[in-house]
Ligand binder design. Structure first.
Ligand code: ADP
Ligand code: MG
Length: 634
């Protein structure tokens, strides 16, 4: 065996220590997945070698056969995995097996409470990866050499998973990586050929490199007894070893698809659904797209990993090829394998390639269709929506051409259920529309409760007209890109003139006009008292219980978006609201009877209250409190 020289001890990055701890404790009942993870890495390493060897055949050295070999040593209580993949040099070993490169990891781990740390589901947001070896092993030894480098360039990495690892130079004639797991006493069950074979078939059947296990056979004498010293080791391929996506759908079971998902998505929970398609004709490609069941922690990070795994004629080209799907579908995982790109295509070339653009548009449609199908299963779709809904809401702005399709996939909280769960489709809303109702009404606020209890909804509740209750940060942005659904226009109930169309009878309208006329004098006095604070003062027909509300002009940016932009430091032109008064309300009656300073104070209070009810901030809240107190003690 090679001798190690210049051994050096290094510490794991803090995040790795936390992750190791989390993993060992939370995945105890799921320990067997270590094998899948290590085989997945070995297969990735073979993929990378095949790719790099496209322009440098010498990387194969004198062994062009890509494979993974697994051996058990029951006496030593160890399992060894060997691959003939790309291998790693010293720097790569330190970086790949000592740190976690994903940005945002540290912040995410810090946020976890002790209780959450016991939750196996959280770990899935990272993908468990190489470190999963420590679930079953109390020591892991990695010996590796990068393809193409000399045999002196071997590296040995050792760790007991307790905060540090050692690294040393070794002599290693063969390229690729060997991982030795010294099994913990309570993990001896894995030092068993039969057990490992069944795990390989269960988890790694679809890996397109052969995964082999050794079999020792000895020659037999005439009586059928083994001849001493005649032992030969033969290798048996345990898995199917063909890329899953090239196999016909009819050959594949749900379990096959699920197992493959875990390899491509680096996830360890099941996907919600998938769509496997072979396209022939002008464009030729096979795609296998998945909707994950859970979000990665960096879904909203600008540089979070996204995109599909790209293959060209079965040769792996790159991970995270983000040019094949729009940003709002960044949660979709999977594989695209095509004949229409050259093997030496780069990220830069992908960006300009018109074929890629065509595939993107086809894959976008496929993904939306897959979601539409998923929507037939309420429970599964709700999981999808709760996990990725706010990402899909970016769709109408990014993908104008598909906005009708996307609108059909949206789910909302509405006054129909008054529940925070976003589970109502626009189609269901339209079905429930009242006789004569031509519009789809919605309200946007900073929180669900602010939306649900907004004074703007009073008239709608009275008339039994359903209103969508929007309170996600992205909602106003979303609605500014949706104009209609099923030929029904969207109307923000807090903006512009309230037009209930035919729902309001002629008589009602007449009565409103008359009240407005009768209150002309009051409206003028209020406008004078409030001056430039408001654009206009009107009689409302939105309110039944509240004395006043503020309304924005039709084309003005809404309150929610204003607050988001202001928080981001964007200077915005001032906007003056329209104040609407409810003449039926006692406070407005009182206002009518007031004079001088008292009149001005009360008018101010009504305006300030209306702003607060909208979730807005007062310029001078102390002054408001003072006026209100004066009124209460009067
Ligand atoms: P992931 O596979 O999601 O990248 P892992 O924790 O499984 O994360 O592996 C970390 C990295 O270590 C890999 O990205 C790869 O660069 C390297 N690595 C792990 N196993 C091997 C291997 N058998 N051969 C070459 N590189 C490997
Ligand atoms: Mg991995």
């Amino acid at each position: 065996m090679a001798t190690a020289t210049q051994e050096e001890t290094l510490g794991f990055q803090t995040e790795v220590k936390q992750l190791l701890h989390l993993m060992i404790h939370s995945l105890y009942s799921n320990r067997e997945i270590f094998l899948r993870e290590l085989i997945s890495n070995a297969a990735d390493a073979c993929d990378k070698l095949r790719y790099e060897a496209l322009d440098n055949d010498a990387l194969y050295e004198d062994d062009s056969e890509l494979r993974v070999e697994i051996e058990v040593d029951a006496e030593a209580n160890s399992v060894t995995l060997r691959d003939t993949g790309i291998g790693m040099n010293r720097d790569e070993v330190i970086k790949n097996l000592g740190t976690i490169a994903r940005s945002g990891t540290a912040e995410f781990l810090q946020q976890l409470s002790g209780e959450q740390q016991k939750d196996a589901k959280l770990i899935g947001q990272f993908g468990v990866g190489f470190y999963s070896g420590f679930i079953v092993a109390d020591e892991v030894i990695v010996r590796t050499r990068r393809a193409g480098e000399s045999s002196e360039a071997g590296v040995e990495w050792r760790s007991k998973g307790e905060g540090e690892f050692t690294i040393a130079e070794i002599e290693r004639p063969v390229r690729g990586t060997e991982i030795v797991l010294h099994l913990k006493d309570d993990a001896k069950e894995f030092a068993d050929d039969f057990r490992l074979k069944s795990l390989i078939r269960k988890y790694s059947d679809h890996i397109d490199v052969p995964v082999r296990m050794s079999k020792v056979e000895s020659a037999k004498d005439d009586d059928g007894n083994p001849i001493e010293g005649s032992d030969v080791t033969t290798w048996e391929t345990v898995n199917e070893a063909t890329a899953l996506w090239v196999r016909p759908k009819s050959d594949l079971s749900d379990d096959d698809y699920k197992a493959f998902y875990k390899h491509v998505a680096h996830d360890f929970s099941d996907p919600l659904t998938w769509s496997h398609n072979k396209v022939e004709g002008k464009l030729e490609y096979t795609s296998l797209l998945y909707v994950p069941g859970r979000a990665p922690f960096d879904l909203y990070e600008r540089d979070g990993a996204r995109g599909v795994k790209l293959y060209v004629q079965r040769v792996f080209i790159m991970d995270d090829a983000e040019q094949f799907l729009p940003l709002y579908l960044r949660f979709i995982k999977g594989v695209v394998d095509t004949k229409d790109l050259s093997l030496n295509v780069s990220r830069e070339l992908l960006q300009q390639d018109p074929q890629v653009e065509k595939m993107k548009s086809a894959l976008t449609k496929r993904s939306l269709d897959m979601l539409k199908k998923l929507a037939k299963d309420d429970a599964a779709y709700q999981t999808f929506w709760n996990t990725f809904g706010s990402v899909l809401k970016e769709g109408p702005a990014e993908d104008y051409a598909n906005r009708d399709k996307i609108a059909g996939l949206l789910r909302f909280a509405t006054t129909h259920t008054d529940s925070t769960t976003q589970d109502q489709s626009l189609a269901a809303y339209v079905e429930r529309m009242q006789e004569g109702q031509q519009k789809i009404y919605y309200i946007v606020a900073d929180s669900f409760n602010a939306a649900k209890n907004s004074p703007h909804l009073e008239i709608f509740r009275k008339k039994g007209i359903e209103v969508l209750l929007l309170s996600d940060r992205i909602d106003e942005w979303l609605m500014s890109h949706l104009t209609e659904f099923d030929s029904k226009a969207f109307v923000d109930v807090a903006k512009g003139e309230l037009d209930l169309g035919e729902i309001e009878g002629e008589e009602e309208k007449k009565a409103q006009e008359e009240t407005a006329k009768a209150k002309q004098d009051l409206l003028k006095r209020v406008k004078e008292a409030l001056g430039e604070e408001v654009q206009e003062v009107k009689v409302t027909h939105r309110l039944t219980d509240s004395p006043a509300c503020v309304v924005l002009p039709e084309n003005e940016m809404g309150f929610q978006m204003r607050r988001i932009m202001e928080a981001a430091g964007q200077p915005l032109p001032e906007v003056k609201p329209i104040l609407e008064l409810n003449p039926e309300h006692a406070l407005v009656g009182r206002l009518e009877g007031a004079e001088g300073e008292a009149f001005g104070d009360l008018a101010r209070i009504l305006l300030d209250q209306a702003i607060i009810a909208e979730g807005g901030h007062l310029d001078d809240p102390a002054a408001y409190v003072k006026r209100l107190n004066a009124l209460l003690t009067a």
